[in-house]
Design a protein around this ligand. Sequence first.
Ligand SMILES: [Zn+2]
Length: 306
Amino acid sequence: MATARLTACPLCGGAALRPLPAPRRTIDPRLAAGCGLARCAGCGLEFTTPRPSDAALAAFYQGRDYTAREPIDDAAAHVRAAAQLALVAAAGGRIAGARVLDVGCGGGQLLAAARARGATVSGVDPSPHAALAGAALGVEVAPSLAALAGRRFDGVVMSHALEHVPDLRATLAGLRAALADDGWLCLEVPNLASLRARLSVPALVARGADERHRAFPIHLYYFTPRTLARALADVGLAVRAQATSGLGLGALRPRRGAAADDDAPAPPTGGPAAPRAPRGLYAAAKAGFHRALLGENLMVVATARG
Ligand SMILES: [Zn+2]
């Protein structure tokens, strides 16, 4: 597969890039052939370079093997949407009566949840599956953010998509341009500062620990709370609330009874206690991990600076 090498950091533009060992586990060995990882010495962003060419990525997403954006009506997607809107509310963002846009709306779970809370909703997603899901909800789904140029929204959500976009800065600028002056932006990305990611050190990976937080090489950037805040600051937005969900540590603790609820989002930082937390020490440890933003998924809500 064709690859492209970045000569500058996609976040800060810095040219001091330190190569990192490429993950052993990949999404697709053919797509990952020739790809690598690097860390920017300037801003600390980790990113994929060389990365699959734009054409190779587009072909991969259109292929039958990639199903992440199909409108599977899974419980986790509903839980995730509810957690995102709870964080928006915790940050003081308006939902009832607001115009809300979900960029990468997939199965439409966020659209449905926001509408149930009184919002007028629109979606963006190039996938035909998403168009069908939108039609089933009676919601307009545009193929790209560019197709909505000139439209502004009181709230914009982008969940598990920013790490996939070939042009990071242009995408962030597009999200910012779609926001009303007093609008809020809610982003969710995999958390490179998670406990799970920190434990994926070479010694453990060699013993079988996976590196699924990498989703290498289709995750083009690996954000931490710090680098995500930097990316938002670059387009004039400041983080007002942040939270993490999912620990992904199921393999590291004793299994008893039903499957873990590792993927259930934690309440926003400073919010009420989790209503369905597992019992005992594990529950206490889990709550502490989320207070320290050590969960697998990082959610932030940002508004204009000032
Ligand atoms: Zn940088």
